[in-house]
Design a binder for this molecule. Structure first.
Ligand code: SF4
Ligand code: SF4
Length: 260
């Protein structure tokens, strides 16, 4: 049986997810032997930029005009397209300031010399193409990545986790950051997979894996308020990752109104 042809790509991103793949030291050789990596600009030369692919792994958000065309081309040549990392799945950190006009942001960062960047509001891949599987994380978790690849190699679709960081945190019997420290911990809202890394180190979860399905934003915001946390603090913390997905507009307006 021929090996599945793989392509790994980065749109507008920090390349952290691709680095995490390269960082699978103990399994990387086995993985490279099990698949046929045809196109991976970051890690190899002599890439085939036109061939058909069985699986495309795409990192980054669509935050430049050229990303749209690149993404559509990748979709066209791939049987399975996977969004890797929270930027690709939700828009991630680049989407945090989508409500600020681009020209103001660009000037702030690059001064007057911004003609070379065709920047746009950051959006997830799913806003432009069909995505077959989402692997969130900032960056992705090694174990989850390897499990996902093992499932694909067995001809299966990988498992979709739909329980929260809170569940993993409870299993570790951590001291709760909300209950005992009155912190904005996004664990109840955030999809599991990291083993509750941050609360296990006594740091509140900032939601880097993005939200679980059916998040109860209103209830969480009210709970944070009952703990005496100010509305502006709730907005600030909950907006860091996956900005377009967090908090419905109405709730955001209410919190902003209360913070005045
Ligand atoms: S510390 Fe955070 S993740 Fe852990 S139980 Fe409390 S709210 Fe949930
Ligand atoms: S605890 Fe939250 S912020 Fe920390 S790694 Fe897990 S999902 Fe990300």
């Amino acid at each position: 049986m021929s090996k599945p042809k793989i392509g790994i790509f980065g749109l507008t991103s920090c390349a952290g997810d691709q680095l995490m793949i390269l960082n699978c030291e103990d399994q990387l050789i086995d993985l490279a032997n099990a698949v046929d990596i045809r196109d991976w600009e970051m890690a190899k030369t002599n890439n085939d930029e036109e061939c058909e692919l069985d699986i495309a792994l795409v990192e980054g958000s669509v935050a430049q005009v050229r990303d749209i065309e690149n993404l559509k081309k990748i979709r066209k040549r791939s049987k399975i397209l996977v969004a890797i990392g929270t930027c690709a799945v939700w828009g991630g950190i680049p989407a945090m300031k989508n409500d600020v006009p681009r020209d103001i942001m660009l000037k702030e960062v690059y001064g007057d010399k911004v003609e070379f960047i065709e920047s746009k509001a950051a959006q997830p891949l799913s806003s432009f193409v069909k995505v077959d599987y989402n692997l969130p994380g900032c960056p992705i978790e090694k174990d989850q990545f390897l499990q996902m690849m093992a499932s694909f190699l067995n001809g299966d679709m990988p498992e979709i986790l739909n329980f929260s960081v809170c569940s993993e945190c409870k299993m570790k019997e951590n001291i709760c950051q909300i209950v005992y420290k009155q912190e904005v911990c996004c664990g109840p809202l955030t999809v599991a997979g990291c083993g509750a890394r941050c609360p296990s180190h006594n740091v509140p979860c900032s939601g880097c894996h993005g939200p679980i399905e059916e998040v109860h934003y209103d209830a969480e915001a009210k709970m944070f308020q009952r703990k005496g946390i100010k509305p502006e603090e709730i907005i600030r913390k909950m907006q860091v990752y996956a900005a377009p997905a967090w908090m419905p507009e109405k709730l955001m307006e209410e919190l902003q109104h209360e913070s005045k």
